[in-house]
Design a protein around this ligand. Structure first.
Ligand code: 5AD
Ligand code: FES
Length: 352
């Protein structure tokens, strides 16, 4: 292997830090050998901290109505080819009950940016879930809201918040989003969430339109600086009803490469093998775990609405019963020597 590449990989493993130029070198000079070495080191780090345990997050996609118009996303407001739905708080609560029975101890409530769900409605729902399942973590993924809103939901019992930064490069951000959305506000929201005390999840798509080796290197430096508790990365997958319908999808190999690098940048990070990764390859999630991921996010949404929450085409697990998903995942993970556990799956910052 190229001596400089090897030196950078070893330094990353030791110091968890490189310069933006060095991250870019790692990206530009990717080889199969480097990928294999990174995966080996990353999965060893993950095993040292989390053993062979894989954490589950049950995700309830409770509304596909969105006021935003991100150019890449299938539920953007301009997509008229989509039947829109909203689940009631009772329906959402029942998804959590079903998830609890299946052994899930983290619920992720995710939706488009749907103004129907006011702070009153959401705070009531969060405190009801928190009251009924005090042993569970509640994760929100509702997009950009005000500080007051984030604070109220935290006070109601939410512990974690997922808000992908999408890209750490402002000019790139502006090519993925219409002018009414702002890179600065996205970064501000991440700061506010952290200040309030949430465990925060950032992340980006691999292979997104206009992404370059430079913007990716900036993403890595951002993750190194911000150290999010969670990091969601998956391949970009084009959706036929978006302006980026003809852009090729991100690849499995590049996604695995970044999973491994991110594990080495921030060893305790909770790193999902995402549904998008499982969508571009039938064994994508297993390969993600072997590259250093330690979280899987099965779908708890009612089966009738799963088809309608498609951020991208060909999304997997839209037809299964939730119980079947659990069984299927148990089996998939045990075949590669990992074990799905019934646990909140908190970050283990102290074990390094
Ligand atoms: N392909 C892959 N991921 C997507 N997301 C949105 N649209 C797509 C797509 N076409 C991701 C974004 C968003 C998260 C919820 O899903 O990164 O933050
Ligand atoms: Fe809904 Fe991007 S389209 S937040």
């Amino acid at each position: 292997m190229d001596g400089k590449l090897l030196e950078l990989i070893e330094r990353l493993e030791r110091e968890h830090s490189l310069s933006v130029d060095e991250y870019e070198y790692l990206i530009v000079n990717k080889t199969d050998e480097a990928q294999a070495l990174l995966a080996e080191k990353a999965s060893a780090v993950s095993r040292r901290i989390y053993g062979n345990e894989i954490f589950l997050r049950g995700i309830v996609e409770f509304s596909n109505i969105c006021k935003n118009d991100c150019y890449y996303c299938g539920i953007r407001r301009s997509n008229a080819n989509l039947e829109r739905y909203r689940l009631s708080p009772d329906e959402i609560f029942r998804c959590c009950e079903e998830g609890y029975e299946l052994g899930l101890r983290t619920f992720v409530l995710q939706s488009g940016e749907d103004p129907y769900y006011t702070d009153d409605i959401l705070a009531d729902l969060v405190s009801k879930i928190h009251g009924r399942f005090p042993d569970c973590a509640i994760t929100l993924s509702l997009g950009e809201r005000s500080r007051e809103s984030y604070q109220r939901l935290f006070d109601a019992g939410a512990n974690r918040y997922l808000l992908r930064h999408e890209t750490a490069d402002k000019a790139h951000y502006e090519k993925l989003h219409p002018a009414e959305m702002s890179f600065d506000n996205r970064m501000h929201c991440l700061q506010v969430l952290r200040e309030i005390g949430y465990d925060v999840g950032a992340g980006f798509m691999v292979g997104s339109p206009y992404q370059t080796t430079r913007t990716l290197a900036e993403d890595l430096k951002f993750l190194e600086d911000f150290k999010p508790e969670m990091c969601g990365i998956g391949p970009f997958i084009p959706h036929k009803d978006t302006p980026f319908r003809d852009v090729p999808a991100g690849t499995l190999d590049w996604t695995l490469y970044f999973l491994s690098i991110i594990r080495l940048i921030h060893p305790p990070v909770l790193l999902p093998a995402t549904t998008a990764l499982g969508t571009i390859d039938p064994r994508g999630r297993e390969k993600g775990v072997e590259a250093g991921a330690n979280v899987i996010m099965p779908n708890l949404s009612p089966t009738e609405v799963r088809e309608q929450y498609k951020l991208y085409n060909d999304k997997i697990c839209t037809g299964d019963e939730s119980a079947q998903c659990r069984h299927c995942l148990d089996l998939r993970m045990s075949t590669i020597g990992y074990q799905i556990v019934t646990d909140r799956g908190d970050i283990r910052k102290e074990v390094i």
